[in-house]
Design a protein around this ligand. Sequence first.
Ligand SMILES: NC(=O)c1ccc[n+]([C@@H]2O[C@H](COP(=O)([O-])OP(=O)(O)OC[C@H]3O[C@@H](n4cnc5c(N)ncnc54)[C@H](OP(=O)(O)O)[C@@H]3O)[C@@H](O)[C@H]2O)c1
Length: 576
Amino acid sequence: MGTVSLNLFPIISSRQKLNRNRVSTDQRLLRKKSITDTSLRVNQISAKISSLYSCAYNGKNSGVLEKDSVSLTDGQLNSEMHDDGIGIVDFFCGKKLLITGATGFLAKVLVEKILRTMPEVDTIFLLIKAKDEEAAMERLMNEIIKTELFKCLREKHGMLFENFILSKLVPVVGDMRKTNIGIEEEVANRIATEVDVIINSAATTTFDERFDVALDINTKGAARIVNFAKKCEKLKLYVHVSTAYASRQRQGKIIEESFGKGHYVVSGAGKNEAPDKHVLGLNIQAEIKLASEMVESSKENEMDRNLKDLGMRRAQKYGWQNTYSLTKAMGEMVVEDTKGELPVIIIRPSIIESTLREPFSGWIEGNRMMDPIILLYGKGKLPGFFSNPDMALDVVPADIVVNSTLAAIAKHGGKESKVEDNNSNDHVYQITSSVANPLITRDLLDLAFQHFSLSPCFDREGNPIQISAFKFFSSIEDLLSDMKSTSSNDEISPRQEIIRRKSIEHFKYMANLYQPYTFFDGRFDNNKVEKLLECLSEEERKDFGFDVSSIDWEDYITRVHFHGVRKHVMKETALK
Ligand SMILES: NC(=O)c1ccc[n+]([C@@H]2O[C@H](COP(=O)([O-])OP(=O)(O)OC[C@H]3O[C@@H](n4cnc5c(N)ncnc54)[C@H](OP(=O)(O)O)[C@@H]3O)[C@@H](O)[C@H]2O)c1
């Protein structure tokens, strides 16, 4: 097992030159002052929850004095960056953010981290799909605030928790599939005059999503939000959350490289430039047309299947894993082509899994990526999988992704809105582990075997489920014939036979869907993220560290991740 160190965030390592933590007295005073201001504000707004929208928009926390103190802090930081790190906390102080996708896994961890560690942030607008403001607020409360993820913040603020949260978070009804990202005009205008940073984490993450839907959210949605970002008067940065798998490369070292400019611009997204340069013949507009023609020509009962198949076929044609990664890649292309003068960074995480350390270890939501296979194995329903055991599975804990993103935002947003050179790749960050600290699939599944042997799952009768060592199959047929040969010879009822057939079909489907990942031969470089880490001060490394090379995978997988998945996804209550 490729373990490197027991500590995730070492204070000093030989390969990283650390900056000394020399926060100036003035900065300490400014920080202290804004913390005191925040406590005062919490008391002041306690009676105003019911009028949240007017509270958020009508000049809350936006007095002239506060604005002045924010710009002063930014100025100081720019000149002292090398001594004091990036200045993450100072950057977020007094800022207004718009975040999409906050009912999803990643953005929730991001929002929690900002509120817990940088309560001086002014306002976070959360774009939420909902029929009206009330429904958006309900989603904010039920799907974000009430999750266990927020328990540390809840403890920290006690009785004032909801007041604090509602003084910072403003749900905004919106939809990436609609013009102006679905925000009502008046609200959009207000946000456009106030917001400093936009973080777009919204996506459909279903690998084989309907092609029209995935295009609409992941590709055209990117164009819509960039178009909106361009209208934001004081925007310092647009942050586009993409995926490492947006790259088509499947072998060797995959560097942090932008798609560059010159791809096709989605019409109706603002500027409509000539489609003179394409990626290997890929024409985004033609893909959109193809999907809408399929919608027109499909019978109602065949529509879903046709559009799912179409997306997968198009992805394969151009060399991407699936509809998701193709439409995410096209989303990036659209961002590059439409951004113009807009300062942009692109964040490309690989496989995001449970939190390593913050706000507590093992928080995860949803049965995602590698977990469905591991859980089926733990439950004795899968003997192994169709996979290359020697491959590096590129996993990154969610809090590492969040910390890297915050550091990148402060670094790029803190600059005087300097637009990156179009040929530069400086704005693309791969938050990945397979070059810096590879987790080998065989090691992961050995750990799964040890874990489920020691802490077995239980069947309906309450008996522990025995499992054997994880098997690796080189073809789907081998996997299925192993499953057939080990299934019981006892006579089964016709109903059980139907269930058995359906499971086999399901495993076949999963094996096909996962194949591009389970036989992936590339490794994602994270050179720029490592360089970013070097810019952090000692204090920032403690609070915002993201050193993937120091993750002890054995500890993370067994002590943190499997427990997290069983507790938060399987909802098991008693685990050894
Ligand atoms: N999870 C990973 O392993 C991983 C890895 C690499 C990159 N990423 C990227 O990271 C980002 C976040 O991923 P995640 O795992 O947090 O995803 P997730 O849990 O599936 O959440 C997706 C979010 O996007 C929102 N969304 C979907 N369609 C929308 C629309 N039409 N309008 C507005 N919001 C919409 C969802 O809102 P609803 O709740 O209303 O559906 C949800 O909040 C994505 O961009 C993804 O591509 C994820």
